[in-house]
Design a protein around this ligand. Structure first.
Ligand code: F0G
Length: 452
């Protein structure tokens, strides 16, 4: 088989800044060992997130120039709206400044004390927005998803039996919506099958419940469906995407992922009354309905990005290049969550540093070690992100290497593989951490740590 190449060439470059180990040690201490506190120009390869960090195409930059900045009725809005209608089939399309703004509007309207929101797995901001409304966020991942070695093809699937049991237990009237995150970010960037989405829809129909997608990475999910789901291989990604959206009553989307823009979000709604009320909250808190907290130019960039993300040569390159990182790490004996995800590789920190107990944050220890050793910034997705007062400890301790879209080349990734392999060889020397300062919610963003 031929090498899968980047289906683009590079027109504009950004220099990277090299640092010494001593400099990085000092930066870590200043940052309280929290990688969110680092200045990004002190980072060599930044795999903190794939969100808002992608490289825009020449057509997207051209859209930035074409953007019409009228307060109301901008042609850029209609361009964006029509593109989203064409891709998703939804009529009700609200622009927001990013995914969590869509979530906040939705849960302000449908959440509240006493309510329960099931999801295959909430991401951090989704969980925080559900809980901020007073509702309870419940994760219903299939059992296979909690075993890092299990190579189930649709590890993002929801446990539909557990959903039925939850509805039985709390009562359908307390569930304002069932959500499903595609791909499942906190569970390893793993896809959800069309069959699973249909099964969730059927349960929702039986109980008269609404079904919402957290569709941040809908195109990557559809690519996996095309590759792995029986009967889907000959269909276009576009047709699969349409099937996914057709099953839902609404969706929250962060365009910073599969929209390949630096800022932007979308809220999709079918119900006319909910759309009306969401528009009112949008105007109150984000901006008028034809710009939703964005500039007209951002709407043009989104319209183009959502189109480019559906190009199948792009998706093949995207998913295969993430898989390349995962396969090489596995070949070097590094424990990762298997199989490789769509937007990221997740190191299995429990297996990487078995000598560090969960309450000393093995994921944090590993993330700090990668920066210290090689200037690589990653993101802990474990007990720092999801633990703390009132929360059960999460099933896995992960360190996510999220790959920005169209940004790094294969030699950057080869450097990452070498560096992680070296850290793995010295893993017994890594030490745990304790939290010395943390806020009440979303503590991973601002907590400070001390090394044990
Ligand atoms: N839902 C999922 C599944 C996400 O991954 C994110 C963001 C959001 C919602 C919120 O979107 O950032 O635009 O407000 N995830 C980023 C990440 C931050 O690093 O995975 P947002």
């Amino acid at each position: 088989m031929k090498t899968i190449i980047e289906p683009f060439r590079i027109k504009s470059v950004e220099p990277l800044r090299m640092t010494t180990r001593d400099e990085r040690e000092a930066k870590l201490r200043e940052a309280g060992f929290n990688l969110f506190h680092l200045h990004s120009d002190d980072v060599l390869i930044d795999l903190l997130t794939d969100s808002g960090t992608g490289a825009m195409s020449s057509e997207q930059w051209a859209g930035i120039m074409r953007g019409d900045e009228s307060y109301a009725g901008s042609p850029s809005y209609y361009h964006f709206r029509d593109r989203m209608r064409e891709i998703t089939g939804f009529e009700g399309i609200l622009p927001t400044h990013q995914g969590r703004a869509s979530e906040r509007i939705l849960f302000e309207l449908i959440g509240g004390a006493g309510k329960v929101v099931p999801n295959n797995a909430h991401f951090d901001t989704t969980r925080a927005n559900v809980e901020h409304s007073g509702a309870r966020a419940i994760d219903l991942m299939i059992a296979e998803a909690k075993d890092p070695r299990n190579r189930h093809p649709f590890k993002g699937n929801m446990d539909v039996g557990a959903l039925e049991a939850l509805i039985e237990e709390v009562g359908a009237d307390r569930i304002p919506a069932v959500m499903c995150t595609v791909t499942n970010n906190s569970g390893g960037g793993q896809p959800v099958s069309l069959a699973n989405l249909r099964a969730i829809r059927a349960v929702c129909d039986r109980h008269g419940l609404q079904f919402f997608l957290d569709a941040c990475r809908f195109a990557e999910n559809a690519w996996f469906v095309k590759q792995r789901e029986p009967g889907q291989g000959d269909r276009s990604v576009r047709a699969i995407v349409r099937d996914m959206f057709d099953l839902a009553d609404g969706a929250t989307i962060s365009a910073k992922k599969d929209g390949i823009v630096n800022i932007g979000g979308v809220l999709l709604l079918r119900d006319a009354d909910l759309l009306h009320r969401a528009s009112d909250v949008l105007i109150l808190t984000e901006g008028y309905v034809t710009y939703g907290g964005l500039a007209g130019r951002d709407l043009e960039a989104m319209a183009q990005g959502f189109e480019e993300v559906l190009h199948e040569d792009y998706l093949e390159y995207r998913i295969r290049s993430v898989q390349y990182l995962g396969d090489r790490l596995l070949a070097a004996g590094v424990p990762i969550l298997e199989p490789p995800g769509g937007h990221a590789i997740y190191l299995d920190a429990k297996a990487f540093c078995p000598h560090i107990p969960v309450d000393e944050f093995p994921g944090q220890a590993l993330a700090v070690a990668l920066y210290r050793h090689a200037g690589i910034r990653s993101c802990e997705i474990g007990s720092v992100m999801f633990g703390g007062a009132g929360h059960d400890s999460p099933p896995m301790e992960l360190v996510r290497l999220a790959i920005p879209r169209r940004v790094y080349t294969q030699s950057h990734i080869d450097y990452v593989i070498e560096a992680i392999t070296e850290v793995h060889h010295g893993a017994t020397g890594l030490r745990g951490f304790r939290i010395v300062e943390a806020p009440q919610v979303l503590r991973h963003f601002t907590a400070r740590f001390a090394e044990l």
